[in-house]
Design a protein around this ligand. Structure first.
Ligand code: PLP
Length: 367
């Protein structure tokens, strides 16, 4: 089976993990600091604070930025539940702006939702393609809003040469399937020293100095082992991205003649890091059959995501969730399908993926 994702852990990771095991220091130490330095550089931000995962990174970024009850936060309906869960846990209400044709949040749609209670915009750099950060940043500045980038899928992506995470506050994830992984892990990046200090406080029980509590915190610490797994990948991030980009280009070259599928593209000025290669099937194709037929041919497809993020009972019942209509995102969740492009694939694997996809789509026309 050609899997949709696969961690790329080499001897560089093994030797750094071994170094941690032999050091006797397992939590929140020099490895975590080294990871933070690499993440600050990756995001072009002054500060990076490592935490336990990408969801707690969102939680603590919202908390440290003062987002809470009475506030309204605008995000995209095309994201993983973590984005929405964190906003709801902050106590704020949440609204959804539709996406553009590139699957990321549409700044015009955001603008039309801004009201007196709006406190933050949370774009998601979906599939590794940065949202229109410059437009969103200027909206945030004009209206005095927090811009919190959910960059869980977009390590090293950039807009006009500026890395994601350089504007406002951003969060990244090191979950097992992400472009850079530690199994679990997360980081918040920001230029705001006060926000960074507050996150450092909150992640360690609110303790400013040993047993001196200046906030009500919790335990969001990262382990040295997690940091040691992620560091070598951060150091070779450029080549990870280059391989993903080349794999995406290979699939696009093989599939570009098809009129029954819309292939993903790099929007001008925005460098895609290809966390997912997500195509849109034409309405005539039955997606469940496509997924099943691909699996029979040894190719695992992914559906990110099968429904709008709020379209599940707990959110529909929540008074904090205000579900505005988003027809473009609704079409994406019906017909999107992601194909494997991870760096572990060989040329033969990629050929197998595009051939299988072509055969499956052709067979649906024959009926
Ligand atoms: C993975 C992901 C998260 C959550 O990260 P975890 O490390 O799994 O908690 C948040 N937002 C998006 C868009 C993600 O893809």
């Amino acid at each position: 089976m050609i899997r949709i994702s696969e961690p790329q852990l080499g001897p560089d990771v093994e030797s750094l993990v071994l170094e941690v095991l032999r050091s006797g220091r397992l939590a929140q130490g020099p490895m975590v600091e080294r990871l933070e330095e690499l993440c600050a550089a990756m995001a072009g931000a002054q500060h990076a604070v490592a935490v336990s995962n990408g969801t707690t990174a969102l939680d603590v970024a919202l908390e440290a930025s003062g987002i809470g009850p009475g506030d309204e936060v605008i995000t995209t309906p095309l994201t993983f539940a973590a984005t929405l869960n964190a906003i709801i846990r902050s106590g704020a209400d949440v609204r959804f702006a539709d996406v553009s044709d590139d699957y990321t949040i549409d700044p015009d749609a955001v603008r039309s939702l801004i009201g007196p209670r709006t406190a933050a915009i949370v774009p998601v750099h979906l599939y590794g393609l940065p949202a229109d950060v410059p437009s969103l940043a200027s909206l945030a500045t004009d209206h005095g809003l927090l811009l919190l980038e959910d960059a869980a899928q977009a390590h090293g992506a950039a807009v006009d040469g500026v890395p994601v995470g350089a504007a406002g506050v951003a969060t990244f994830s090191f979950y097992a399937t992400k472009n850079v992984t530690a199994g679990e892990g997360g980081v918040v990046t920001t230029d705001d020293g006060d926000v960074a200090d507050r996150i450092r406080l909150l992640r360690n029980q609110g303790m400013a100095r040993p047993y001196e509590y200046t906030a009500i915190g919790q335990n969001l610490r990262m382990t040295e082992l997690q940091a040691a797994v992620a560091i070598p990948q951060l150091e070779r991030l450029g080549s990870i991205i280059a391989t993903r980009k080349a794999n995406a280009a290979t699939l696009s070259a093989a599939l570009k003649h098809r009129s029954d599928v819309t292939l993903p593209e790099e929007t001008s000025g925005r460098s895609h890091v290809w966390h997912q290669y997500t195509a849109l099937l034409s309405e005539g194709h039955a997606r469940p059959t496509v997924v099943e037929s691909l699996a029979q041919r040894g190719v695992q497809a992914g559906i990110y995501y099968p429904s709008l993020v709020w379209d599940h009972a707990p959110y529909r019942d929540s008074r904090q969730v205000l579900a505005d209509p988003t027809p473009r995102a609704a079409r994406v969740v019906r017909q999107c399908l992601s194909l494997p492009i991870h760096p572990g694939l060989t040329a033969a694997d990629l050929e197998g993926v595009s051939a299988a996809f072509g055969e499956v789509l052709d067979s649906q026309h024959d009926h």
